[in-house]
Design a protein around this ligand. Structure first.
Ligand SMILES: C[S@@+](CC[C@H](N)C(=O)[O-])C[C@H]1O[C@@H](n2cnc3c(N)ncnc32)[C@H](O)[C@@H]1O
Length: 206
C-alpha cells in the first residue's frame, strides 16, 4: 500500500504535495484550480536559485504573476523580507496560496487578474516581477508581452520568468531579447529533483 504523501521542505518553504490530506480536505470545500494551478511547478525553483545569486534588497515590492500556490512569493518573503502580491487569473488558487502562507507563517497579498489587465498605476508600485511556468499556451505570449511592456514603462526594475522551455515561452523570450535586450539563460536544478529549463531576465534600462 502507498504511504500518504508528506509535507515537503524545499529551500526553506514548506509545501504540501497535491495529494496531501490538508490539500484534499481544503478541496472538499473549495473548487479546484482550473488553469494548471494544481501544484507547485518546478520552474519556480529556477527563480529561487537565481534570486539567491542576485538577491533583491530587503522589503522589495514583488509581484508573483501566475502565482498558483504561491511558493515563489513565500520564498521571497522568507529569504529577502519582500512585500509580495500574488496575481492569478484563477480565483481558485487563492485558498491554496493562503493555506501555504499560513503554513509558512508569512503574509502574501492576493489579486485576481489576468496578466494583461494589470494597470500601469498598479505596476508602478512594483519593483520586481517574477513568474514560474506561466507562458505555456500560444495565446499567453501577447498578454505577457503586454504586461512586460507596461511594467517596463511603469518603472519596474527587473522581470524574471522561468520555464522548462515550452515553445510559447521561447517565443516570448526571443521577442524580449530583441526588443528589450533581455537575457535567456539555460539553468538546471538537482533538488527537489533534476530538471532543466530557462530563465528570461529583463533589466529595466530606462
Ligand atoms: C503552471 S501554473 C504555475 C503556478 C506557479 N507559478 C508555480 O510555479 O507553481 C500557471 C499559473 O498561471 C495562472 N494563469 C494562467 N493564465 C493566466 C493569465 N492569463 N493571467 C494570470 N494568471 C494566469 C494559472 O491559473 C496558474 O496558477
Amino acid at each position: 500500500m502507498k504511504s500518504a504523501p508528506e509535507m515537503q521542505n524545499v529551500r526553506g518553504v514548506k509545501i504540501y504535495p497535491p495529494k496531501h490530506k490538508r490539500v484534499l480536505k481544503l478541496l472538499a470545500n473549495e473548487s479546484a484550480p482550473e488553469i494548471h494551478g494544481d501544484k507547485v511547478w518546478y520552474s519556480s525553483y529556477f527563480i529561487m536559485d537565481y534570486l539567491d545569486a542576485k538577491p533583491p534588497q530587503p522589503k522589495t515590492r514583488v509581484l508573483d504573476i501566475g502565482c498558483g500556490w504561491g511558493a515563489l512569493g513565500i520564498y521571497c518573503v522568507k529569504q529577502f523580507q519582500s512585500k509580495v502580491t500574488g496575481v492569478d487569473a484563477d480565483k481558485h488558487v487563492f485558498p491554496l496560496l493562503d493555506l501555504h502562507a499560513k503554513l509558512n507563517n508569512v503574509n502574501i497579498a492576493g489579486k485576481v487578474s489576468k496578466y494583461e489587465d494589470l494597470k500601469p498605476e498598479f505596476l508602478a508600485k512594483q519593483q520586481l516581477i517574477v513568474g514560474g511556468d506561466i507562458c505555456f499556451w500560444d495565446e499567453l505570449v501577447d498578454p505577457l508581452h503586454t504586461l512586460i511592456k507596461n511594467a517596463l514603462a511603469a518603472g519596474v526594475e527587473r522581470i524574471v520568468i522561468a520555464d522548462p522551455g515550452r515553445p510559447p515561452f521561447l517565443r516570448l523570450a526571443r521577442r524580449c531579447r530583441r526588443l528589450y535586450k533581455a537575457k535567456i539563460k539555460k539553468v538546471n536544478i538537482s533538488a527537489p529533483r533534476r530538471h532543466d529549463g530557462y530563465l528570461l531576465i529583463i533589466e529595466n534600462t530606462n
